[in-house]
Design a protein around this ligand. Structure first.
Ligand code: FMN
Length: 323
């Protein structure tokens, strides 16, 4: 496999088998998703924290940048406005619906009515099989290395083979993929493609502020920690005064609550903390990042990054029997 293969999900084909993971709040917006789609991958807009109208507009704006490339959305099942946000994304013309943080049966019907493939994020063969039964066009297997909320304590490469074995639809590997060699390893393990989050968070087109991107560039393994999330799942983030206060049990009680989640533990307001980080307060905000952030050392444009990944993929196959 000297060159990266294309990735087909339902009736949509991307030239490169690379999905840019949805990153909330407002990290993966139209500029990033559009640039990734334009460069041959699949770009996703993250829905958490967006009002339905904004979601509709972002999808349209991403398409305007994408030069006909594949633009999708990532919408967490756990958000209260799940149904409205999905419908807004469909109205905006999303090519793909990626759903994580919970399982929704209804979404398959809504998407089928619009002719749009659904791709659940799964952490087990059981949920992968269930997804296929309900009509999923592909599944994303997210390992414990990933940034944001975590649904498993196993690594992506550990989980992948049993999920590839369990379903007949394309399986995408997510968590810890930063280089073209990582992509090759994931495809060699049976995946049809990869989803990458952290690497894309630190690109020129990402809507993260400069201070956030610089934290990725500066982070070492020791800086990347597991935090509690009121969503009820652990999360992975970069250590900062806020994560330290959480670890020390010193968080102040939450103030105003807009009930953005169907269920919330209310240890702190995750929406507020993610918004603070996106607004540049990387001390008191929550800076989600995968363990791979420790291997991110620069802030390229998406086009530069995609070229690099293609080159690294080819180089990592040289000398192997199928190169
Ligand atoms: C800043 C950040 C925000 C994220 N937000 C979301 C989200 O809103 N929904 C979701 O399903 N995954 C989210 N993720 C996970 C990514 O989409 C992706 O699956 C994951 O980061 C892959 O692992 P990697 O970071 O090692 O590439 C987020 C990840 C990061 C780094």
């Amino acid at each position: 496999m000297p060159q990266m293969p294309a990735l087909t999900i339902g009736d949509k084909t991307a030239r490169l088998p690379i999905i840019q993971g949805g990153m909330a709040v407002r990290i993966s917006m139209a500029p990033l998703a559009g640039a990734v789609a334009r460069a041959g991958g699949i770009g996703l807009i993250a829905g958490s924290g967006l009002e339905p109208d904004e979601m509709r507009n972002e999808v349209r704006a991403a398409h305007a940048l994408a030069a006909g490339g594949v633009v999708g959305v990532n919408i967490m099942v756990a958000i209260r406005k799940f149904k409205e946000t999905v419908h807004a994304a469909l109205e905006g013309g999303t090519n793909l619906l990626v759903c994580g943080a919970g399982f929704s049966r209804d979404v398959f019907q809504w998407a089928a009515d619009a002719g749009v493939p659904v791709v659940p994020i799964v952490g087990s063969a059981r949920v992968a099989t269930l997804s296929q039964r309900f009509g999923a066009a592909a599944v994303i297997v997210e390992g414990v290395e990933a940034g944001g909320h975590l649904g498993t304590d196993r690594t992506m490469l550990d989980l992948l083979p049993e999920i590839v074995e369990a379903v007949d639809i394309p399986v995408i590997g997510a968590g810890g993929v930063v280089t073209g060699a990582d992509i090759r390893r994931t495809l060699d393990a049976g995946a049809a493609g990869v989803q990458m989050g952290s690497r894309f968070a630190a690109t020129a087109e990402s809507s993260a502020p400069e201070a956030f991107k610089q934290m990725y560039v500066d982070a070492t393994d020791d800086d990347i920690v597991i935090v509690r999330s009121p969503v009820g799942l652990p999360g992975r983030a970069i250590r900062n005064p806020f994560s330290q206060k959480m670890a020390d049990g010193e968080l102040a009680p939450i103030g105003r609550c807009i009930s953005c989640l169907k269920k919330c533990g209310k240890e702190y307001c995750i929406m507020e903390r993610l918004k603070m980080a996106q607004a540049g307060d990387v001390e008191d905000g929550l800076v989600f990042a995968g363990s791979a952030a420790a291997r991110v050392h620069d802030i390229p444009t998406v086009a530069e990054l995609m070229d690099r990944l293609v080159g690294e993929f080819a180089a990592s196959g040289e000398g192997s029997e199928d190169a």
